[in-house]
Design a protein around this ligand. Structure first.
Ligand SMILES: Nc1ncnc2c1ncn2[C@@H]1O[C@H](COP(=O)(O)OP(=O)(O)OP(=O)(O)O)[C@@H](O)[C@H]1O
Ligand SMILES: [Mg+2]
Length: 265
């Protein structure tokens, strides 16, 4: 059954989503009338200046946070009508997360970390499936190792495998390459890209890096809690140019500009 304005081709549909933090007189409007959708099997990057609402958007779309108003439909479920228990199940079974800090459990092996979401859901992981996912992220040989024995990039690949294992409707990633060096970051981005291409995974990724965004099919730009633009088939240069216009780079830029302007007068 379809509810709200979601369509069969959308993994997630947000309609007029507003999120206000704080109380009257001390309010922060983190999201202001955001309407957008993430198509099934697509890879979307979300960019915007610090504080523009990127993480809030991800949290509302993933059922981790409740919008003040508006609607979020994930596949066929309207999140605002769901109970806390239903939301917990939705987050566990239908959503995957990847964070900047890999959030692996140090005492568990690679394989145990990857299968944890299934075991928490009371499902026993199919042997072939685990091997498959570990193969996909290139860590089959390291399955008995613990996170501390792996490089940062390998640890993030474990986190990706853990997100992929349940075949979620969407994987939400908040700056997944933020803690990685450039080369390792490219490996991880290539892996995310392939999971979209080869298995039709849907991914929504927040990033500050135009090169990372160029791995996506589409970039959504936020500023002050609003969607202010969009780029399809983005190149890193095109993304960087948009970001410069949004004033996302160099905190000193506005000041520098006004100093220059003052000097010219
Ligand atoms: N729990 C909260 N309570 C109050 N204000 C909050 C809360 N979470 C976020 N905000 C505010 O909402 C706005 C959007 O925050 P958000 O974390 O979504 O930004 P962001 O785009 O992810 O920024 P960054 O790039 O720095 O991670 C900011 O002004 C922030 O201070
Ligand atoms: Mg953030």
């Amino acid at each position: 059954m379809l509810t709200g304005t979601g369509t069969a081709t959308d993994a997630v549909q947000l309609t007029a989503v507003r999120k206000v933090y704080g109380r009257r007189g001390n309010e922060v409007v983190a999201l202001d009338d955001v309407t957008t959708q993430f198509g099934r099997g697509t890879f979307t990057a979300i960019m915007g200046p610090s504080g523009s609402g990127k993480s809030t958007l991800l949290q509302c779309a993933a059922g981790l946070d409740q919008p003040t108003s508006g609607s979020v439909v994930l596949e066929d479920s309207e999140l605002s009508t769901m109970s806390e228990t239903e939301l917990t199940e939705l987050r566990r079974d239908r959503v995957g997360f990847i964070f900047q800090a890999f959030n692996l459990l140090p005492v568990l092996t690679v394989e145990q970390n990857v299968t944890l979401p299934l075991r928490l859901a009371g499902r026993s992981p199919a042997k072939g499936r685990v091997a498959n996912v570990l193969e996909q992220v290139g860590l089959r040989e390291r399955r008995k190792h613990r996170p501390a024995e792996l490089s940062g990039g390998q640890q993030q690949r474990v986190a990706i495998a853990r997100a992929l294992i349940t075949e979620p409707a969407v994987i939400f990633a908040d700056e997944p390459t933020g803690a990685l060096d450039t080369r390792t970051a490219r490996d991880v981005l290539g892996l995310l890209r392939r999971s979209v291409q080869e298995t039709g995974q849907t991914i929504v990724m927040v990033t500050h890096d135009p090169v990372a965004a160029s791995y996506a099919d589409r970039v959504l730009f936020l500023a002050d809690g609003r969607v202010v633009g969009e780029l399809r088939s983005p190149t890193a240069d095109a993304v960087a140019e948009r970001m410069t216009h949004l004033g996302a780079y160099a905190d000193e830029a506005p000041q520098a500009r006004s100093t220059t302007a003052g000097g010219q007068r």
